[in-house]
Design a protein around this ligand. Structure first.
Ligand code: NDP
Length: 494
């Protein structure tokens, strides 16, 4: 053996090497969770007039975390009144002063990011490596980015005299609780609006800790309010006296909100579901495309509106690509979301698990072939194995409906035209990914895909400067970037 030969020497009789990592848990005592939370109205926490509370649980253990107030219509009206009262002062504040508050909030989120990441993981079930390395950095980035816009709106929309709308009602889902808050609250405040936010029933805790941060940052009372509760609280906010509703959630509820607001003159933006196509051409760098596909569908347990939940793979490489995909699935680590080595965490709630199981059962019954790795699942909590369906046809429900779980449906194609046709063949149009080494083909595809976002040789990359939103049943309006500011502004001549 030479000095440069690094081949490991294994004794023929030695047992196979064990490559598994030891568990490495993030400390859950980084966060102090209160037994009970009130509603954040007018700069402070209050008991709900409804006198009702809901329990938020940890989906990885099914253990209760905290009781959270359930706002009734009177509570919602009180929050809207508080935001209305704060609006003249906030909207007339010199824009550079408003920016300072957003900047300070961004810094405080950074300072407390470990605590918020642990709380997000406890309340929602997502792996700590995602809440720590993706959600929290993006939350801070959204506040920094919008702090920068606050005093430059006249330059963003020259000659249009941009003005805030008034009170914005914002209803957000459970898949990225704090990040969806940041996507909505940062642009609303930067443009001079005041806010009443309704987090999802299963993940209200980070919004309440964020509310505490706004109070510590000295944000004037009433500028930001949080009304926790279930769907009825969201519906009460939609029917209240706000000037705008920004909603992220299911297409079904989005449609209902749109019907309710028709003719009221209230502004509306909707970010709804998706059935993203991940398109892999034969000339793609296959190992990278495998990683992209895994990230596209198993990131956040597939609870992602822009998830690449349909894999369209070119027929000539389908067999080899699927073999690689199955072996990659075998080494995904599913389990304790607080373990830093976990790739796939807990399903957010019992009802979401039920919905995933029902749709997967439909896939089996419709004749698709299922593959799931052999990983062990924890005994308590809500879990679902990473799943790949092959032999899927376009009419299958698992190829058309949003499953919102770790389930990938695989279809094949022969030509670029066929790929475009299949990718566009759903009611949605939120996101797509194209894998090829040919730049011209990426542009050709991006022109033809009816999709708000098209990623090239990557997937699930987000940036506050980049507008995000959909076509068709994925909704309308954009969040992020200069376009996202328009969702909170009226401007002369628009
Ligand atoms: P919903 O659309 O019901 O929830 C989104 C938000 O809207 C939550 O805060 C919810 O409150 C609130 N809400 C519910 N009903 C109303 C109403 N009538 N008026 C106003 N607000 C309301 O989504 P689900 O949680 O039921 O998830 C169902 C499916 O929706 C998922 O399987 C997935 O396919 C899709 N979805 C898509 C998301 C996306 O990012 N595009 C996000 C979440 C879900 P509460 O949670 O308290 O019920």
């Amino acid at each position: 053996m030479t000095d440069t030969d690094h081949t490991p020497v294994l004794h023929p009789a030695s047992p196979p090497l064990d490559w598994t990592y030891a568990t490495s848990r993030e400390a859950s005592d980084l966060v102090s969770v209160q037994d009970r939370y009130g509603l954040f109205i007018d700069g402070d926490f209050h008991r709900p007039a409804s006198k009702r509370y809901l329990t938020s649980i940890n989906p990885a253990t099914e253990e209760p975390l905290a009781e959270v107030a359930e706002a009734g219509p009177r509570d919602v009206e009180r929050a809207v009144t508080s935001a209305r009262k704060a609006f003249p002062m906030w909207s007339r504040l010199p824009a550079a002063e408003r920016a300072k508050y957003l900047f300070r909030i961004a810094r405080m989120v950074q300072e407390r990011s470990r605590e918020l990441a642990v709380l997000e993981t406890l309340d929602g079930g997502k792996p700590i490596k995602e809440s720590r390395d993706v959600d929290l950095p993006l939350v801070a980035a959204h506040f920094f980015y919008h702090a920068g816009w606050a005093d430059k709106l006249e330059y963003a929309f020259p000659g249009l005299k941009p003005e805030p709308l008034g009170v914005a009602g914002q209803v957000i889902p459970w898949n990225f609780p704090l990040l969806m808050l940041a996507w909505k609250v940062a642009p609303a405040l930067a443009t001079g609006n005041t806010v009443v936010l309704k987090p999802a029933e299963t993940t209200p805790l980070t919004a309440l800790h964020f509310a505490q941060i706004t109070a510590e940052a000295g944000l004037p009372p009433g500028v930001f309010n949080v009304v926790t509760g279930a769907g009825a609280t969201g519906a009460a906010l939609v029917s209240s006296g706000v000037d705008k509703i920004a909603f992220t959630g299911s297409t079904e509820v989005g449609k209902e909100i749109r019907r309710r607001l028709a003719g009221t003159g209230k502004r509306l933006s909707l970010e709804l579901g998706g059935k993203g196509a991940h398109i892999v051409f034969a000339d793609a760098p296959l190992d990278q495309a495998i990683e992209g596909t895994i990230n596209g569908i198993f990131f956040n347990q597939g609870h992602v509106c822009c998830a690449g939940s349909r894999l369209l793979v070119q027929e000539s490489i389908a067999e080899v690509f699927l073999d690689k995909l199955r072996s990659r699935l075998e080494i995904l680590r599913v389990g304790d979301p607080l373990d830093k080595n976990t790739d796939v965490g807990a399903i957010n709630s019992a009802s979401q698990l039920e919905r995933i199981e029902a749709l997967v059962e439909t896939g089996r019954q419709e004749g698709a072939e299922i593959f799931q790795p052999s990983c062990a699942l924890p005994e308590r909590g809500y879990w679902f194995r990473p799943t790949v369906f092959t032999g899927v046809s376009q009419s299958h429900r698992i190829a058309q409906e949003e499953i919102f779980g770790p389930v990938l449906s695989v279809l094949t194609f022969r030509t670029p035209d066929e790929a475009v046709e299949k990718a566009n063949n759903t009611p949605y149009g939120l996101a797509a990914g194209v894998w090829t080494t040919k730049g011209s083909r990426i542009l050709w595809m991006a022109d033809r895909l009816r999709s708000g976002v098209v990623w090239a040789n990557t997937y699930n990359k987000f940036d506050p400067a980049s507008p995000f939103g959909g076509y068709k049943e994925s909704g309308f309006g954009r969040e992020g970037g200069r376009h996202g500011l328009l969702a909170y502004l009226k401007a002369e001549g628009m």
